[in-house]
Ligand binder design. Structure first.
Ligand code: HEC
Length: 193
């Protein structure tokens, strides 16, 4: 009996622990601010001034996003990070169909903790896109992607592939909402009318 209670207590604490690991930020505010300052030091003055003009609320949103990411790359561009994120999403879809819970959950957690590109997340946007109005939507798009990716991972952990599958579309909505706002038509060329 004692053994069983101990076993149960261990099980409960392990699940509480993993819920914390999933939900809690990975960095303190100070650590996130240090990462941000380090990436700002790679930017030219024009871009630095643009970012400097953002409101405290927008800057706060960015710090909160950074707190949930502990993979800050000194190499990858945003486009390269997106290539990786795109592959992770496809891995999640395949894993659902193959009923491979661990594969699904790991890919989802990698999406939620995708790399932050060299120079920072918003440094790859057009200068005139770096304003409070457009970046005001960042928080909700980020939650749609990363919040639902964490829910997907938890559903996969439980082996509930039906629940996991139902989250694929809300995640894709978050991806595409951001693309609609911040991404032009891929591969256009100013020499072609
Ligand atoms: C914060 C906004 C934002 C979110 C959220 C976002 N993306 Fe992107 N994505 C971009 C931008 C901006 C680009 C264009 C980058 C460039 O070409 O430099 C892009 C480009 C891409 C590309 C094309 C890369 C290439 O080689 O041209 C893929 C694939 C992609 N995203 C997948 C995803 C997926 C999958 C998700 C969701 C799981 C997602 N993105 C979420 C902003 C976002």
């Amino acid at each position: 009996m004692k053994k069983m209670i101990l076993g149960l207590a261990l099980l409960v604490s392990a699940s509480v622990l993993s819920a914390n690991v999933d939900g809690e930020p990975k960095l303190t505010t100070e650590e996130a601010q240090t990462k941000m300052k380090a990436s700002m030091s790679l930017l030219d003055n024009e871009l630095k001034q643009r970012i400097g003009k953002l409101s405290d609320s927008t800057k706060g949103t960015l710090v909160q996003i950074y707190r949930h990411h502990d993979r800050h790359s000194m190499q990858s561009t945003l486009r390269q990070v997106m290539q990786e994120v795109g592959q992770e999403y496809e891995t999640m879809v395949s894993a659902v169909f193959m009923d491979n819970a661990e594969m699904a959950a790991d890919a989802a957690r990698r999406i939620a903790n995708h790399r932050i590109p060299r120079g920072g997340l918003i440094s790859y946007l057009e200068l005139d896109q770096i304003n409070d109005e457009l970046l005001g939507g960042l928080d909700s798009m980020n939650t749609a992607v990363e919040g639902n990716a964490m829910k997907f991972a938890q559903a996969a952990d439980r082996g509930d592939m039906a629940e996991a599958a139902s989250l694929l579309s809300p995640i894709a909505n978050g991806c595409v909402s951001c693309h609609v706002i911040f991404r032009g038509k891929p591969g256009t060329n100013s020499h072609i009318k």
